[in-house]
Design a protein around this ligand. Sequence first.
Ligand SMILES: [Zn+2]
Length: 239
Amino acid sequence: MLTMFRFIRTLATDFVDLIFPTLCLGCNQSLGANEKILCTKCRINLPETSQHKEPYDLNLLNKFAGKVPIQFLASYVYFTKGGIVQKLIHGIKYKGQKEAAKEVANWYGHQLLVESKLIGKIDVIIGVPLHKSRLQQRGYNQADWIAEGLSEALNVPMRTDVLMRNKFKESQTRKNRLERWENVKTVFTVNNHNEIKDKNIILVDDVLTTGSTIEACAIELLRAGCKSVGVLTLAATHR
Ligand SMILES: [Zn+2]
């Protein structure tokens, strides 16, 4: 009986190893039985932004001022070169660690549930769509996995069939800044308008940098009739 139990337990552990990495994505040390993705030390050392406590902070929203009305903005952690977050994001984007994206988003979601007043005002969660060519290459859209982790934790539905990214018609490289922006603007389209009509949307991405992709997505969603757009990302580059 005991042998059988051990056998089943080994099977279960092997199965979990398939889904979750057994080494910490931050420091490469072996993970303990109750640790997922990051060891306890790395998780404690995550440079959290605490922005969810002040998601309507105008300094944060300044990025979008005069461009598109973003309801609120918060990122889970700061992206610092060579730090835990860079390794985490690298794993999520380039090493197939999509479960890590979901798990970390789940931690964030639970933090939002406990500490943020945003919840209850959200109807739909949408990940920023990936270029089709990159989606084929990577096999998954990390923003959708982050959206799924948040969706589970917050108990808010997510959709992948509303916001679409079109193929580039021509190369970006020979264009000037304004032309490039015009090109980005036409990259996103909205399907299934009824699913977002008069709804409060959260747009989700992995790293917030200039915000121009978020801006282009938000413009299309608002044009399609949603009530508001807020933004949550796993990481942000600037303090
Ligand atoms: Zn670690």
